[in-house]
Design a protein around this ligand. Sequence first.
Ligand SMILES: Nc1nc2c([nH]c(=O)n2[C@H]2C[C@H](O)[C@@H](COP(=O)(O)OP(=O)(O)OP(=O)(O)O)O2)c(=O)[nH]1
Ligand SMILES: [Mg+2]
Length: 145
Amino acid sequence: MVAAHHLSSPGHVEVAAGLVFHQGRLLITRRPAGTHLGGLWEFPGGKREPHETFEACLQRELREELGIEVEVGPLWCTVQHEYPEVRVQIHFYLCRWRAGEPRALGCAAWKWVDRRTLRRHRFPAADAQLLEQLVQTRKVWESAG
Ligand SMILES: Nc1nc2c([nH]c(=O)n2[C@H]2C[C@H](O)[C@@H](COP(=O)(O)OP(=O)(O)OP(=O)(O)O)O2)c(=O)[nH]1
Ligand SMILES: [Mg+2]
């Protein structure tokens, strides 16, 4: 009972986010002003709907936010973070861009970054360790994608 209540409580959200690589670059998006963490850069994605897998959630969110199609690959890491407003559990998946020029449909902006320029952007606190790992893991940037 406690666990079930926990998962369905309004203060807790489960999120899938994509590390979308293409030709050695990574796709980042900017959260719309006026939303939770508005104006910060992030890895595109969003809240999982009931009965949806994380992979399906991610494909849906990337269509909604950017109009792109991706191949969802392995889970890179799962992060838990407690913001004053909400407790998030985010599953970050390695993805490859497949089709569709990105469009800012559900985000304020988007851009492709490389290993050196990623860290020039401000991200939510939950992403801090992941950013460090990505910058240090040269190999992940070199895959053909
Ligand atoms: N997508 C994404 N969300 C992140 C990252 N880092 C981080 O703290 N978050 C937080 C921000 C939000 O509180 C939550 C994601 O939910 P969201 O607001 O994007 O959800 P959504 O796309 O379904 O948006 P909405 O339809 O509910 O407006 O996770 C990240 O790198 N990517
Ligand atoms: Mg989102």
